[in-house]
Design a protein around this ligand. Structure first.
Ligand code: ADP
Ligand code: MG
Length: 256
């Protein structure tokens, strides 16, 4: 697990500024929840943490992201080194549908050029699926296609896949928004277990979920025409019980 720190991040898509000097330290071994209305830059912020926003040609960035004190945007560091340390899970479960469950888990090894022997790979598949909370359900059909699983199982497969590279940080962008309450509960339990060994940053619109799983919380807001900022951040319990800003109070109580 690692600490990840954003320093003074400002982001633009073309001339449209979407984040304005956002700073946040996401502590090692905790779960940080990013909350706030749609369009305030949460997904952009999360993508900047693993340089994924660079896939958008018009995106520009100022500021720093430090992974255990090392700037992942330092030109002398290779993109692959940051990506090997940081896993990502998206809102819509996106396993490779035609690939087997086993191959899905191992896919990241190939992408990052990580070598592993056959027995190591088998151990890795079992341990990642166990950590993803899916092993018992799929251990007898590891060669079945990932696309054949239910939505909640597919999302847990995606979590297992992200773990195969042994990331120190796991970024999750609304991982339960597309799932039913039962699958959501299973994934929350999985996250709480995982937080023992990986730093988790989760974007969620579900305030109960933020309260249940996170240790710290940051409230993002973009007012009309102005870019996203963090209005308030701190320990989750304190922020939910006694927010310092009226806008946070309104948001966590569902008043906008
Ligand atoms: P959130 O995740 O909080 O809903 P986003 O980070 O997705 O917010 O979006 C923040 C702002 O950036 C929005 O105004 C959105 O329209 C804009 N935006 C996001 N992605 C892109 C993109 N690829 N190109 C242009 N604008 C984008
Ligand atoms: Mg988003």
């Amino acid at each position: 697990m690692a600490e990840i720190e954003a320093r003074e991040l400002t982001a633009w898509f073309g001339s449209h500024k979407v984040l304005d000097r956002v700073s946040l330290t996401m502590r090692a071994g905790g779960i940080t929840a990013l909350i706030g209305p749609s369009g305030c830059g949460k997904s952009t912020f999360l993508r900047i943490l693993n340089r994924m926003h660079e896939l958008v040609p018009s995106a520009q960035l100022a500021g720093e992201v430090l992974l255990d004190g090392q700037d992942i945007y330092d030109p002398s560091r290779r993109l692959i080194d940051a990506r090997r340390s940081i896993g990502m899970v998206f809102q819509k479960p996106n396993p490779f549908p035609a690939m087997s469950i086993r191959e899905n888990v191992l896919a990241g090894l190939r992408l990052t050029g990580t070598k592993a022997s056959r027995s190591t790979r088998d151990d890795l598949v079992e341990s990642c699926l166990t950590k993803g909370g899916l092993w018992n359900e799929v251990k007898d059909r590891l060669d079945a296609p990932g696309g054949g699983l239910s939505g909640g199982q597919q999302q847990r497969l995606c979590i297992a896949r992200s773990l195969a590279i042994k990331p120190r940080v796991l970024l999750m962008d609304e991982p339960c928004s597309a799932l039913d309450p039962t699958s959501t509960r299973v994934i929350e339990e999985t996250m709480l277990e995982l937080a023992r060994e990986v730093t988790i940053v989760i974007v969620t619109h579900n305030m109960q979920q933020a309260a249940r799983v996170s240790t710290q919380c940051a409230f993002f807001l973009a007012a009309q025409g102005t870019p996203g900022v963090i209005v308030e951040h701190g320990d989750t319990a304190a922020m939910f019980q006694s927010p310092q800003d009226q806008r946070t109070l309104d948001y966590v109580n569902g008043r906008f």
